[in-house]
Design a protein around this ligand. Structure first.
Ligand code: ATP
Ligand code: MG
Length: 259
């Protein structure tokens, strides 16, 4: 199983949007895909149509191992290859557990080890804060995708995420490398890119190098439409907007193949 964490250390950087479309497309293309919602805001869980009652197991129980791990994994209505470990707002209570465990950053990796034969890809939607949950989901990753708004705020989010990654690598808390940086809400007027967007994307290229900056997710209401209709952009007729995810999926397939 290839584990990919979608992380960016600010709110509203496109983490959940990226996770959702990637998981949906990978699974519809035949890869057995596990999605993991690690944000107590649980937007990914909601977008996938889940309304859990308080006694249903989630990522909280998966991490604490208070129920059988497989009981925390749910099939989705999206398609037969897509599964979810959901979250609810109780997930916040795991922060103390992780910090007291002494192995917080590597705990999720250890748990996922037990199910790695079942799935080909695991996509993790990370929370925006630099919390214990954030450390454990980066600790579990083979690769990181860093979405960042094509703005001053997004550039800052990228820089903070890169700092955290290099700090964690330095102390051996993760082996993750960067699969790509994904500019989010890139604004264009016809053929002209907004000045702030261009400056931000140029800054991203300077930070990680040209090759790691993926084609942008453009500013558009159509992504929200596809999320609300629980479908893909191409099924709504917006195949061109799916391009950044196609490039990512090519990279993921190459890594799944070589693993
Ligand atoms: P959080 O840190 O709060 O979890 P996030 O990084 O997961 O946020 P998203 O929830 O994916 O970010 O996206 C932020 C908002 O942008 C959402 O309301 C989403 O619907 C909206 N959005 C998604 N795609 C686009 C787009 N292409 N253009 C404009 N807005 C978009
Ligand atoms: Mg989110």
């Amino acid at each position: 199983m290839l584990t990919i964490t979608v992380s960016s250390l600010s709110g509203g950087q496109g983490k959940t949007t990226t996770s959702l479309f990637l998981g949906r497309l990978l699974s519809r293309q035949g890869l057995t895909t596990l999605m993991l919602d690690s944000d107590p805001q649980h937007n990914l869980t909601t977008y996938l149509g889940f309304e859990l009652s308080p006694n249903q197991p989630t990522l909280l129980e998966f991490l604490k191992k208070t129920v059988a791990l497989l009981d925390c994994i749910y099939p989705t209505q999206d398609n037969d290859n897509l599964f979810l470990i959901p979250a609810d707002d109780q997930l916040d209570t795991v922060q103390d557990y992780l910090s007291n465990s002494g192995v917080g950053a590597t705990l999720l990796k250890r748990r996922l080890e037990a199910i790695r034969q079942i799935f080909q890809v695991c996509i993790i939607d990370a929370p925006p804060q630099r919390s214990q949950i954030c450390l454990t989901v980066i600790g579990a990753a083979d690769f990181l995708i860093i979405p960042a708004e094509a703005s001053v705020k997004g550039y800052g989010s990228l820089v903070r995420t890169l700092d955290l990654l290099s700090g964690l690598r330095d102390v051996g808390a993760t082996n993750a490398s960067i699969l790509g940086v994904l500019p989010f809400r890139d604004r264009w007027f016809g053929n002209t890119q907004a000045q702030e967007s261009r400056a931000a994307v140029d800054g991203m290229r300077d930070e990680v190098g040209e090759k790691l900056v993926l084609p942008s997710i453009r500013e558009s209401e159509r992504y929200k439409q596809a999320i609300n209709k629980r479908t893909t952009l191409s099924q709504l007729g917006y195949t061109d907007l799916e391009y950044p995810f196609e490039i990512l999926i090519d990279k993921i397939r190459a890594s799944v193949g070589s693993k």
